[in-house]
Design a binder for this molecule. Structure first.
Ligand code: BTN
Length: 300
């Protein structure tokens, strides 16, 4: 066992490689999984930024994942389909809207999504969030819901979030990064997050290895992607309405440097958040930061 100075020993299988059952796209010959001990950000590692990191490269062979020895691995020189990066620790994780994502010991995962017309659709990032929510509900018995555009929530608390980054213009690759709290206990969160964050362990009392959760999420996205590409939003509209934690609520939304208030009418077929103001006018928001207003606030 390799033991860097001042750190806990690196266990060979903190991730749970044997239970990481991705779908076929990540089980093609040549698919690569990077299991890193610590990086500034898994998205950045995929995007070729930042320092090299200690970790294991795993490669899909006909019989399963082959894990190579621990080595110093360099950030990607170019994006390749079928690449997944998971880090045990992140030191400079990035969140949406320029925020940071604090490492509280959860799952930090980034995947490459190759150029595809479906991934360029406006609602793609909302759809990704919905896939995560549905996978967690069905496979881990969690009452997960979606907060537009792609926060994963249980009740009022945040369980995870997704950062989707486009690389280049037009026919471009995407990098989807997800942070998810898995085995965190309350004390693992910094005090300012303790009342707003939750984890799968806190909600269900069960501890899962990151590989089990990552596998079920990646599989879900892969299984449903072709249908999304063929049929668009329609097959998911009912699930989306049932799992949308803002629907019918008073919200405040910051978008394009302005603040708006109104009642959420739900998420439209292109992934826009529909908000009705007190004059009965409806606005469509494609980007922004939304907050629930306390009941009774904001009229209506
Ligand atoms: C958000 O809710 O603001 C999105 C958070 C996304 C965090 C993940 S963790 C893995 C990947 N690497 C990053 O630097 N960010 C994403």
């Amino acid at each position: 066992m390799f033991e860097p100075l001042g750190k806990a020993p690196i266990s060979r299988d903190w991730f749970g490689l044997d239970i990481f059952e991705s779908g076929v796209r990540f089980r093609r010959k040549g698919a690569r999984l990077f299991l890193l001990e610590e990086v500034p950000s898994t998205n950045d590692f995929l995007l070729g930024r930042g320092p090299s990191a200690l970790g294991r490269l795993c490669q899909w062979e006909n019989w399963g994942w082959r894990a190579f020895d621990l080595a110093q691995l360099s950030p990607m020189e170019k994006l390749q389909r079928g690449t997944v990066v998971v880090a045990r620790h992140q030191t400079a994780g990035r969140g949406r809207q320029g925020r940071s994502w604090v490492d509280c010991g959860g799952l930090h995962l980034s995947v490459v999504i190759p150029p595809h017309p479906a991934a360029r659709q406006k609602g793609f990032s909302v759809w990704l969030g919905l896939m995560v929510v549905m996978a967690l509900r069905e496979e881990f018995n969690l009452d997960a819901r979606l907060k537009w555009p792609n926060d994963i929530r249980v009740g009022e608390r945040k369980l995870g979030g997704i950062l989707l980054e486009r690389v280049g213009h037009g026919e471009c690759y995407l990098v989807a990064g997800m942070g998810l709290n898995i085995a965190n206990k309350s004390d693992d969160f910094p005090s300012q997050l303790r009342s707003t964050a939750t984890s799968i362990f806190l909600e269900t009392g069960q501890k899962h290895k990151p590989g089990a959760i990552a596998g079920c999420i990646v599989r879900r996205v892969e299984d449903e992607f072709d249908r999304f590409a063929r049929e668009g939003w329609l097959p998911w509209q009912a699930s989306l309405s049932a799992l949308d934690c803002l629907l019918g609520k008073q919200v405040n939304i910051l978008s394009g440097g302005k603040s708006y208030e109104g009642r959420s009418l739900g998420i439209g077929p292109e992934g826009a958040l529909l908000v009705e103001n007190s004059a009965g006018e409806t606005s469509h928001f494609y980007a922004g930061d939304v907050h629930l207003l306390p009941a009774g606030e904001g009229g209506q």
